[in-house]
Design a protein around this ligand. Structure first.
Ligand code: CMC
Length: 385
């Protein structure tokens, strides 16, 4: 019998250092490059947060203008990406659609020698790729929702910043300032969270000296699951199932009796509440007021207080962001792709950090299968011995 200690799910394992973000469950805080995420959400456009994650510092006015110009240059949906999306069935999950689109973008980037020896790319190449990918994702996500609704593609608008243009391309109309602000905050809150499952996936792929696009495609696959990013979609299904605040108690009785996981609650790292929730809840409150939907707030509060009092498990970011995206008008299936559009900044920052001080990620396993055995009648080939 082996005496090695298995940390199931790598729980509690410190896998490497990172200078990108710091999660502190004791103080319930999350810092991006040293800045509390609440402060960034309240004061910065998402473009500046992306710059911060990639470069380590907030941009000067000039640096921000440069990033914005580059972002605008790569906003439009490329013809081959659109063609690839159009080949997919309308019933394809949008996460699969975005994963496919990123794969097409990666295969279309023929910079470098084309050999695997060159796949990892230089720091300059990877920063440029990160910016282009972050710039391209809103059009992919927006077009996906429009396609499913039978609507035409909306071209980007050069006079709008990232968040406003994202909403424009999705809905074909200019969003009100309060909506742009709530959406911008959500993008900042979703951008980065240390070694979560999708980011770790990206780092594992990067550690083999594979390319940045492969790392992002793998990360999207990890994000899709309802224990991770898929939870924001799953929260909305739960809201739809419950319907109204009065039905929370009966619904929860049944769900807990069936031992269901309540999506949008619980976290591997935070055990006393997710540091991002108060900021996103405040953004949700502004939307509830803007759209005059007190029923949404009532259902939100009822499920939260009932579940917390019964289980002592607190909401995570997906709990307020689900209903917020619903109020803005996103389809439920589009919620997790929005998470991709934001988290791609964190993923790519980690790809660059991993590349800069790489060690192949290759843990060990403790074998617990059947003992060694042999094929009946097998006689070793004398020549091969
Ligand atoms: N509903 C019901 N019970 C729960 C929940 C929940 N949401 N979360 C944890 N528990 C219970 C769990 O059943 C277990 O109970 P017991 O010890 O009796 O078996 C105990 O709490 C510990 O949970 P765990 O699943 O072993 O802990 P973990 O650290 O592996 O889980 C988690 C973290 C996020 C996977 C889990 O809380 C969960 O499944 N939550 C619902 C999905 C979700 O909202 N995910 C989003 C995560 S945060 C943001 C993101 O990545 O998008």
């Amino acid at each position: 019998h082996s005496t090695v200690q298995i940390q199931k799910g790598l729980a509690g394992v410190v896998a490497d250092t990172t200078a990108i973000s710091k999660v502190n469950p004791e103080t319930n805080s999350l810092l991006y490059r040293g800045y509390p995420v609440q402060e960034l959400a309240a004061t910065q456009p998402f473009e500046a947060v992306a710059y911060l994650l990639w470069n380590g510092e907030l941009p000067s006015d000039e640096q921000l203008a440069e990033l914005r110009a580059e972002e605008r240059r790569h906003r439009a949906l490329a013809d081959n990406v659109r063609a690839a999306i159009d080949l997919l069935p309308l019933s394809a999950h949008p996460m699969d659609e975005v994963r496919t689109a990123v794969s097409v973008i990666g295969a279309s980037d023929v910079s470098g020698s084309g050999s695997v020896l060159d796949a990892a790319g230089s720091p300059e190449e990877n920063l440029a790729r990160s910016v282009r990918l972050y710039a391209a994702l809103p059009a992919i996500v927006a077009y996906g929702q429009r396609r499913r609704r039978g609507e035409q593609l909306v071209e980007p608008r050069d006079d709008l910043d990232y968040a406003a243009n994202f909403l424009w391309m999705t809905f074909g109309e200019e969003a009100d300032a309060v909506v742009v602000d709530a959406f911008n905050r959500s993008m900042t809150l979703y951008a980065e969270h240390s070694f979560n499952a999708s980011t770790f996936t990206a780092r594992v792929i990067t550690s083999t000296l594979s390319d940045l696009y492969s790392a992002v495609v793998g990360a999207i696959g990890a994000l899709k699951g309802p224990l991770h990013g898929g939870a924001n979609e799953a929260v909305m299904h739960i809201f739809d199932e419950i319907g109204e605040a009065d039905k929370v108690v009966a619904w929860l009785d049944e769900a807990l009796a069936e031992k269901r996981k309540i999506m949008g609650f619980g976290h591997r790292v935070y055990k006393r509440g997710d540091s991002r929730v108060p900021t996103m809840k405040a953004a949700l409150d502004t939307l509830v007021e803007h759209y005059d939907r007190p029923d949404v707030a009532a259902l939100y509060d009822a499920l939260e207080s009932e579940f917390v009092s019964r289980k002592g498990i607190y909401p995570n970011l997906d709990y307020p962001s689900g209903p917020a995206y619903n109020l803005i008008g996103f389809d439920t299936l589009t919620f997790t792709p929005l998470f991709i559009a934001s988290r791609v900044t964190g993923w790519t920052a980690h790809v660059m950090e991993q590349t800069a001080s790489n060690a192949l990620i290759r843990p060990l396993s403790a074998y617990n299968g059947v003992d060694e055995r042999h094929i009946d009648g097998y006689v070793p080939d004398a020549e091969a011995l």
